[in-house]
Design a protein around this ligand. Structure first.
Ligand code: LIP
Length: 273
């Protein structure tokens, strides 16, 4: 790893951990004041404060870099948009969990060059777990190397998924859910995509699928990849779009169950052995 990437990684870890402590303090103080982005999607004061904290730190340390977040979304299908190094930030992934007093939330920070994530940090503040990976260097939780599970039998696998706030897709989601649930051990809906994917990385889950935004999954995807997961999509990625940042229909799992899970998700089959 270059010295520059090492410095960026240390900066990302420190930033995620400090933002995580801010999030804990906000909840301790009972400040769960929130507003609505639309009819149901929440944003808390802690989301806003942590987002400002992270963005200000990045802008101060790397003023020439860009930040991709819910507030700024460059058109990533345009190659020139990817020439500048990019930070992909979610100050709280699992906002609904946070607002309801559940503890499965994460700060997610990824750093990408030319659309490829080079380093990813997911900090789970209530468990004080720091998941981290840099490309080609393995994946770690609190400094201990992690590996995906050795699952080879989907019927004995634990799968996670999530549901979008938009309700138009429900019939499709239910059809998929039925096919997967019929063919696996059980399904979890944890409420934070970053946590789901890091749990695949360390073997607490065997697989995960969902459609999410780049800031929900970019850091965790690299962590899973470095822990030995197979990472892909069960519908085509638009031409020219960086795969690392395309969040529609993502599938991340232990390699031994990837193909049967993908066949169920695409509807190529309804049953697997
Ligand atoms: C949420 C995800 C969750 C997913 C939701 C949403 P937020 O992110 O991580 O797992 O199912 O659609 O995107 O809104 O809490 O940052």
């Amino acid at each position: 790893m270059t010295d520059q990437l090492q410095a960026i990684t240390e900066f990302a870890v420190e930033t995620a951990q400090q933002a995580g402590e801010l999030i804990i303090r906000e909840r301790r103080q009972g400040d769960l004041e929130h507003s609505y982005k639309d009819a149901i999607e929440l944003v808390t004061q802690a989301d806003i404060k942590a987002d400002e904290f992270i963005s200000e730190r990045i802008r101060a340390a790397y003023p020439e870099h860009r930040i991709l977040s819910e507030e700024s979304m460059p058109d990533l299908s345009q190659a020139e948009e990817l020439e500048t190094p990019l930070w992909i930030v979610d100050p709280i992934d699992g906002t609904v969990n946070y607002a309801y007093g559940h503890n499965q939330v994460a700060v997610s920070i990824a750093y990408a060059e030319h659309g490829r994530v080079q380093t990813g940090v997911v900090y789970c503040p209530f468990q004080r777990e720091t998941f981290q990976a840099s490309r080609g260097q393995g994946a770690f939780v609190n400094g201990t190397e992690i590996q995906v599970s050795e699952a080879t039998n989907l019927r004995q696998s634990l799968i996670a998924t999530g549901f979008p706030y938009g309700k138009d897709e429900i019939p499709t989601l239910i059809r998929r859910l039925e096919r997967v649930l019929t063919n696996c051990r059980d399904i979890r809906r944890i409420g934070s995509a970053a946590v789901d994917i890091c749990w695949v990385a360390c073997g607490r889950l065997d697989g995960y699928y969902e459609s999410v935004s780049p800031w929900d999954f970019a850091a965790a995807r690299l962590i899973a990849l470095e822990a030995g997961a197979r990472c892909g999509h069960f519908s085509p990625v638009p031409e020219g779009y960086p795969e690392d940042l395309w969040g529609q229909d993502i599938l991340i799992s232990s390699p031994g169950i990837y193909d049967p899970l993908k066949e169920l998700l695409t509807g190529t089959t309804t049953e697997t052995t």
